[in-house]
Design a protein around this ligand. Structure first.
Ligand SMILES: [Zn+2]
Length: 135
């Protein structure tokens, strides 16, 4: 699916908010950097592959032989799936990675989107009601 850039920016800002509460300055910085990179990559390439809480993410680096690398990311873990099958290094070391940051932004994106859809529906219903029974 293709992401809307305006919603994407809102989702990015929402995702950044709770980072401020992390008392560890080093971790905060890493989280911000991961989110920034995730956001920039999503702007560059707004086509996402998301299903049931999992995302397939194309790496910004390639293998030694120049082949693309893919990560499979969920709330539980981040894994390099192609080539091979091993945990994402940053994730394995307990650090934030931009793959998981991407997932967080995208999940907030869906929350915001469904909120907007709800609001629109309420407004539409209201408009229809007032047409049917004018005061
Ligand atoms: Zn990762």
């Amino acid at each position: 699916m293709l992401l809307n850039p305006f919603l994407l920016e809102r989702a990015y800002n929402e995702t950044r908010k709770p980072v401020r509460q992390d008392a560890r300055a080093k971790m905060r910085k890493r989280r911000y950097n991961a989110l920034k990179k995730a956001f920039e990559r999503l702007i560059e390439n707004p086509y996402i592959n998301y299903e049931n809480g999992e995302m397939l993410i194309l790496s910004d680096t390639v293998t030694e032989t120049g082949l693309p690398k893919f990560y499979r990311t969920s709330a539980k873990e981040c894994r390099l799936k192609e080539p091979g099958d091993c945990l994402c290094r940053a994730f394995w070391e307990g650090y934030p990675c931009w793959h998981r940051a991407t997932l967080e932004i995208v999940e907030n994106y869906f929350l915001i989107e469904s909120e907007i859809n709800k609001e629109t529906k309420i407004k539409t219903v209201h408009a229809v009601n007032s047409q049917v029974s004018p005061l």
